[in-house]
Design a binder for this molecule. Sequence first.
Ligand SMILES: Nc1ncnc2c1ncn2[C@@H]1O[C@H](COP(=O)(O)OP(=O)(O)OP(=O)(O)O)[C@@H](O)[C@H]1O
Length: 264
Amino acid sequence: MTDATAAAAPTARSTMTVSDEVAIQISKMNKWYGEFHVLRDINLTVNRGERIVICGPSGSGKSTLIRCINRLEEHQAGKIVVDGTELTSDLKNIDTIRKEVGMCFQHFNLFPHLTILENCTLAPIWVRKTPRREAEETAMHFLEKVKIPDQAHKYPGQLSGGQQQRVAIARSLCMKPRIMLFDEPTSALDPEMIKEVLDTMISLAEEGMTMLCVTHEMGFARQVANRVIFMDQGQIVEQNEPEEFFLNPRSDRTKLFLSQILGH
Ligand SMILES: Nc1ncnc2c1ncn2[C@@H]1O[C@H](COP(=O)(O)OP(=O)(O)OP(=O)(O)O)[C@@H](O)[C@H]1O
C-alpha cells in the first residue's frame, strides 16, 4: 500500500453500498486489433455502486477493456450493455452511452487555451445545450467538490498535475455520468499529488458512484474497491473481494503479478 492511499480514507469502504441493479453487463466479448486477439471472452457484470479495480501486467488489455465500455474502441464479438443500452456497431446509442459514462485518463486532456471553468462548461453547453449560467453553476459546484474553485479562471498550464487531474474529474462530473471509468489517473503524477486525486476518487466512491478503475494503486484497491479483477493476455484470470484477492490469490499468474508489484 502506498503512503498516499494508506492515509486516504480508513473508513471509506464501510460507508458505501452496492445495489442489485446492473450498471454494465459484458458477455462473451472479444476484440481484435487486426490479427491480434486483444480481449478474449470477457464476461463481467458490474452492479450499480460497485467500485472495481482492474490490474494486470502491461499490455494485458486493461485500457482496451475500459475503452470498449464507453465506445472509444469497438468490440467485434459478444455484447456490452451499459445501463440497459447495448453498444452497437452503427453507433446508434453512442449519445446515451457518453451521457451515462464519464472517463478520466492518465493524461488530463484539458484544452490549454480554455480556462478551467470553460473546460468544464464546454461539453454541457455545446453537447447538452445547457444554458451557460446553469453550466457554470454546475461547474463551480464540481470544482468545489474537487477542492479547486479558486482556480476556475486560470488556464490548465497554471495548475499542478494533481490539480489538472482533479479538473479532469470535475469536467467529467459536469456531464452528470452514472458510471465513471478511470484509466491510470494517477500514473502521470508526482507522488505528492497522487493522494489528492485518490481522495477525490474516494469521495466519489463514498457517494455511491459506480466506478471501474485501472490502477496500480493497490492501497486504493484494498480500501475502496469491493472487487479486484486481474487481467492477463486479454483475459480476466481472477476476480475477488480485495481481502481475498490479496491474501489468497488463486492463479499462479496472479501470484506472480502480486509478488512483482507488492514485492513479496
Ligand atoms: N490501437 C492499437 N492497435 C494495435 N494494438 C494495440 C492498440 N492499442 C493497444 N494495442 C495493443 O493491445 C495490447 C493491450 O493494450 P492495452 O493498452 O489495452 O493494455 P494495458 O493492459 O492497458 O497496458 P498498460 O498497463 O501498459 O497500459 C497491447 O499489446 C498493445 O500493444
